[in-house]
Design a protein around this ligand. Structure first.
Ligand SMILES: [Zn+2]
Ligand SMILES: [Zn+2]
Length: 418
């Protein structure tokens, strides 16, 4: 018996996740975009005419979801399955990317609308059968609604992890381990790196925030609208009930979706309380109030490429400090600030002398987490995707631990035979 996996993206790179699994069905697992590529242009899945029977979306991040509307450019009526928060967050993110990228995207507004119409809900742990293929989504612990795709076909179990975090955070309990997997298609973003202790990092962050505010400054937290903004609200309120917190940017809208789908977060009661206690910026007056007093400001963009955070940066006084909690891709303003001491705004180089710090609050499993996950799954074959150098990790797994591990090339077809 044979199955195939066509690797249409996220193969030896992070971005444009897209995998067509061929059982008795053609199943598209994610169909994403790579926004920041070293070429300077966005990248899309390798086969833009792919013709799946249906698609399954692991989660809403654009590197997994950004090209789903492009599946509808050829007048098709296929269904795509995802959890309800994933669908709702996609609508917000896709709209925003149409605003920013416009003609640069491989689809138009009518395809976006058609895609939304063809969404079909699939909840965690709800089994679905298509022909001889059995599909189930499992909580991936990465962002709201994020899922691993558990597929069974002719007695074999294939697990596609999407992005996952096994360790609990304020927003999520952490992904469950899965036993007895035959083929494991696993992300490897942090295959060569360990995360620092989460608890120590949280304490360090609170010390930095408290010190900055005591000095009369603003603690500026550039944050991804999806996931990080919500985690920071919960984290700060867990440690400090009183510090003034302002939340701006697209994270406001995403936070509402998090609250609406409260069953997808760890402690909905605590989160609702935390959101009620922060200032959701709604007007110019609110924006001004944020820098008038010592406060914490959480706003997009996480990599400082646009978004209200740039304005807060220019208004904040010189006792202020910037705290990055997410990875900044090379060439973005966040990366420029951390590495060259300037940002680019309106095509001008602007020197920034505000002190900054980087704290790794990643929503991905670190190296040990990945190894533990693989060990528990005990697969016959490991396919490493969504990483910068997965070939090195494949070598480690093969030589050091005896796994049949591969890191497919972009466009490669992997044959899975039994
Ligand atoms: Zn993700
Ligand atoms: Zn991703």
């Amino acid at each position: 018996m044979e199955m195939f996996l066509d690797c249409l993206g996220a193969s030896r790179e992070v971005g444009r996740s897209a995998f067509m699994l061929r059982t008795d069905k053609r199943i598209m697992l994610d169909y994403g975009i790579k926004i920041f590529d070293e070429s300077g242009n966005a990248k899309f899945p390798i086969d833009m005419n792919a013709n799946p029977d249906f698609a399954i979306l692991s989660h809403a991040h654009l590197d997994h979801s950004g090209c789903i509307p492009a599946l509808y450019t050829q007048n098709r009526a296929l269904k795509w399955y995802a959890t309800p928060p994933t669908r709702e967050i996609c609508e917000v993110l896709w709209k925003d990317s149409m605003k920013i990228m416009g003609e640069g995207l491989p689809y138009r507004i009518q395809h976006f609308k058609k895609a939304l119409k063809h969404w079909t809900p699939l909840l965690y742990n709800q089994r679905m059968r298509m022909g001889e293929t059995d599909i189930c989504l499992l909580d991936a612990g990465h962002i709201s609604g994020s899922a691993m795709v558990d597929i069974k076909y002719k007695g074999k179990r294939i697990l596609y992890t999407g992005d996952f975090k096994e360790e609990g955070t304020f927003m999520h309990k952490g992904a469950n381990y899965v036993d007895d997997v035959d083929i494991l298609i696993i992300e490897s973003t942090y295959a060569t790196r360990e995360h620092p202790s989460r608890k120590q990092l949280e304490k360090h962050m609170m010390d930095e925030i408290n010190q900055t505010l005591d000095n009369g400054g603003n603690a500026l937290l550039p944050a991804f609208a999806l996931g990080r903004t919500q985690e920071l609200i919960a984290l700060i309120r867990h440690y400090n009930k009183n510090v003034p917190v302002f939340v701006d940017g697209m994270g406001r809208e995403i936070t509402k979706i998090y609250l609406k789908h409260h069953q997808y977060i760890r402690d909905a009661k605590a989160f609702r309380k935390a959101v009620r206690s922060v200032n959701i910026v709604g007007s110019i007056a609110d924006k001004k109030a944020a820098t008038r007093e010592p406060s914490v400001i959480i706003s997009s963009a996480g990599m400082l490429n646009g978004g209200p955070m740039l304005n807060y940066m220019t208004r904040a006084n010189n006792a202020s400090k910037m705290i990055f909690t997410g990875y900044c891709v090379e060439g973005t303003n966040g990366w420029l600030l951390q590495n060259k001491g300037h940002i680019i705004r309106d095509e001008q180089e602007l020197m920034v002398d505000m002190p900054f710090e980087y704290m790794d609050l990643s929503a991905h499993a670190g190296r040990t987490g990945l190894l533990q996950f693989i060990e528990k799954a005990n697969p016959e074959k490991v396919i490493l995707v969504h990483g910068d150098k997965p070939e090195d990790f494949a070598k480690d797994l093969k030589e050091g631990r005896g796994y049949d591990a591969i890191a497919p090339l972009p466009g490669e077809r992997v044959t899975l035979s039994f």
